[in-house]
Design a protein around this ligand. Structure first.
Ligand code: ATP
Length: 218
């Protein structure tokens, strides 16, 4: 379903989010106070606008109230990021997602009502560390500080074994929620399903349990 997004701040992060949303056929309004940044995104957004995200009147005139989802990707200017978030929450925008520069900035953003606060650099660092330390991990979603979902490769060690044989819930406290084989994804894996090397297991659990499973169980 087509959704409407506005992105304020078109640095590396904001512009890549903008391009991706536009590629996915969503409506995207891209805003930056720097006209060069705005020009660069002319062909990758539905509408572009040179404007200061901290100017309440300008934001109001831009119709920002009509957006359900606004992403604030102003980086270094923490004061501007906070002020812009405040204005957007005052406008009662349902989802205001903000890029934080550091932990103090994160806390303030949460206090003033940001609906999601993220740290792309450190989040990416964690993801890359997870990939680097396990040759079996194919993809990785962080659910919280403690829990994740990983896509991990079945090895020779589990060849021909069924999920019941592996008994990973009892042994490792994690759960296989899907199995990907060539062109098919089974989202209701059966205890009798047998694994082959190259199958991809989608597993949910505590990060420590997932690491133990990847190390010992696969
Ligand atoms: P990235 O890592 O995503 O490149 P960054 O953390 O280095 O970003 P900045 O370059 O400081 O962040 O800011 C991102 C963008 O936000 C810049 O293009 C900047 O012009 C824009 N920006 C900063 N303040 C405002 C503001 N008040 N209104 C609109 N845009 C702004």
């Amino acid at each position: 379903m087509k959704k409407q997004f506005a992105i304020i701040g078109l640095g590396r992060f904001g512009s890549s989010v903008c391009k991706e949303l536009h590629r996915m056929n969503h409506d995207v309004l891209a805003i930056d106070k720097d006209k060069h940044k705005v020009n660069e995104l002319k062909n990758h957004a539905t509408h572009t606008m040179v404007a200061d995200g901290t100017d309440e009147t300008v934001m109001s005139k831009a119709g920002i109230r009509n957006f359900d989802h606004v992403i604030v990707a102003i980086g270094e200017d923490i004061q501007a990021s906070i002020l812009c978030t405040l204005i957007l929450k005052d406008f009662d925008i349902k989802q205001v997602w903000v890029k934080a520069q550091n932990d103090h900035h994160h806390k303030v953003l949460e206090k003033i009502g940001a609906d999601k606060v993220f740290h792309p650099e450190s989040d990416m660092g964690e993801r890359i560390a997870e990939f680097l330390t396990s040759e079996k991990v194919i993809d990785y979603i962080d659910l919280s500080d403690e829990f994740s979902i990983v896509e991990t490769l079945a090895t020779e060690k589990v060849k021909g074994k069924s999920l019941a044989d592996l008994d990973i819930r009892a042994k490792y406290g994690c759960t296989i929620i899907a199995i990907k084989q060539k062109n098919k994804v089974d989202v209701t894996p059966h205890p009798e399903d047998r694994l082959n090397p190259g199958d991809i297991l989608v597993v949910i659990g505590h990060k420590n349990d997932l690491r133990r499973f990847q190390k010992e169980g696969l």
